[in-house]
Design a protein around this ligand. Structure first.
Ligand code: H79
Length: 477
């Protein structure tokens, strides 16, 4: 027991005082336990406010578009493996050979309104587009560097400005990806070892004048993005190589002073507003802090003409509901061609998921996490390891749960072979119905267990949602 408990100091408890004393001690213990289980970051009301729209949005469109769409995965007649936007790095293309791609960049089929319309049809609530990827080429008119779409190409149009105006017309939020650390076009940026040598020596000593690059290009370009394109929903920084907390803070200060409502993602190098998972990584369990999974619709971000490994609409829908049930956002990428066309296959997939969301969006937008968790799967008890050598997680993918006050949304991704048993809870269940057509679902309660069955074939074989209403706001287990 805590003899130095301030709540009892100066008092000598008599027998009759034991109850308040016990309560005081218990509340101190409870406080200590709460503090331990709270997320590490301190409560920040301004951040919570900034994040409100983001937490409700759940689903965004990522767009990777730049000069790399021209080679589209092939350099000098040879396939360059890996991510399309990494071709300069993977094929060790010197700046002197990559830079002239700008003279070929003329995406005459680019139509910002059509892209925003696609995102809207897809049921996406925000767009994030590459303003400058690791190759250093800016997709906006920049006074900081002539290596940009308006000054170095025959197209001469400010792509980001057109997109920002279209988003404003459609009421769509727009954020910018900006590669703050890697810049393969600049001798002092990180990453271009083939033209400019290694970034760091064996002792991590910096061999380039990295701060000169940050101050002369990255920082002023981020400032341009935050001053010339209307309200910016977020800045999506990436790969924080050599980003010390001080350097990260310089970017954070630029964002906060230019647009205090703009969110900072989780890859700046200093604390952002939300956590970014690894690329294509969906965590195994739910979390209450704001987070986002950036993900590819095939296996590349920037367009590759040979990548047709599209995820199906059913796979995308599962990932979206899985992520929402764990408290996160899904930022799903498309890679437009050098002509300015979003590959028709990815458009079809997005629109199919969008049609599902039209009927079932209530289970997604603004929805909270699952109060259960057993549906996610479990770690293997047999000692198998995953490819990274971590304990293997065996996911279950039959169903997921999202929630709103008084409501649970059970989404089924496969037909039920037996009546579905609602996980045990203290709340009384009042009724159940299919979300898409509001058809009632019969509930059976026996021995304190409530079950229901779904008609076969399922209403929507891709994903059928059953709403279960219960007494009270929150599930008590
Ligand atoms: O913008 C997308 C990626 O280009 C970027 N993040 C997403 C959102 C990203 N930057 N770095 N990485 C992802 C990690 C990259 C790893 C690899 Fe490679 C690039 C594996 C293959 C190509 C580096 C070069 C490691 C091997 C070759």
């Amino acid at each position: 027991m805590n003899r130095h408990n301030g709540a009892t100091s100066g008092r000598r408890p008599k027998a009759i005082d034991v109850a308040p004393l016990a309560i005081a001690i218990l509340s101190v213990l409870a406080l200590a336990l709460t503090v331990q289980t709270l997320p590490q970051r301190p409560a920040d009301p301004a951040r919570a406010k900034r994040l409100e729209w983001f937490r409700d949005a759940k689903y965004g469109l990522f767009i990777h578009w730049g000069l790399y769409a021209i080679p589209a995965g092939e350099w000098k007649g040879k396939r360059s493996l890996g991510l399309g936007e990494w071709i300069m790095n993977r094929s060790k293309i010197p700046v002197a050979e990559y830079e002239p791609l700008a003279k070929q960049f003329n995406p005459v089929k680019f139509n910002a309104d059509q892209w925003v319309q696609l995102a809207q049809d897809a049921g996406m609530k925000y767009i994030v587009i590459t303003s400058k990827h690791h190759d250093g080429f800016a997709m906006f008119k920049s006074a900081v560097s002539p290596y940009n779409v308006a000054d170095a190409t025959p197209f001469r149009r400010d792509v980001l400005k057109e997109l920002a105006d279209a988003c404003a017309r459609h009421g769509m939020r727009l954020g910018f990806y900006y590669s703050q650390s890697q810049d393969w076009h600049e001798k002092n940026g990180a990453g271009n070892t083939w033209d400019f040598g290694p970034d760091q020596g064996p002792d991590n000593k910096e061999l380039k004048n990295y701060d000169a690059y940050l101050r002369s290009k990255a920082e002023p370009q981020v400032k341009e993005l935050l001053t010339g394109y209307g309200p910016v929903a977020l800045i999506w920084f990436d790969t924080p190589r050599m980003m010390t907390p001080e350097r990260g803070q310089r970017f954070a200060d630029i964002v906060r002073t230019s647009q205090p409502n703009t969110l900072i993602d989780g890859r700046l190098g200093t604390e952002g507003d939300y956590r970014s998972t690894g690329d294509n990584v969906i965590p195994p369990e739910a979390s209450t802090e704001a987070w986002e999974t950036p993900a590819t619709i095939n296996d590349t971000w920037g367009f590759r003409k040979d990548d047709t490994n599209w995820k199906s609409p059913g796979q995308i829908t599962f990932k979206l509901v899985d992520i929402v049930s764990k408290g996160g956002n899904y930022l799903l990428n498309v890679g437009p061609t050098a002509e300015g066309v979003i590959p028709p296959a990815s458009q079809d997939i997005l629109r199919t998921v969008g049609r599902w969301l039209k009927a079932n969006g209530e289970a997604v937008y603004g929805a909270g996490t699952s109060p259960f968790g057993e549906e996610y799967g479990e770690y293997t008890a047999r000692g198998a390891k995953d490819v990274r050598g971590q304990k293997l997680f065996l996911p279950q993918t039959e169903w997921r749960v999202t929630s709103k006050p008084g409501k649970l949304y059970f989404t089924f991704f496969a037909e039920l072979r037996a009546p579905f048993e609602i996980p045990a809870m203290k709340n009384r269940i009042t009724r159940a119905y299919r979300l898409a057509d509001h058809a009632p679902v019969d509930l059976k309660t026996e021995n304190g267990k409530t079950t229901f069955s779904l008609e076969r074939p399922m209403l929507d074989p891709m994903a059928t949602v059953v709403v279960v209403e219960f007494e009270g706001q929150k599930i008590e287990r």
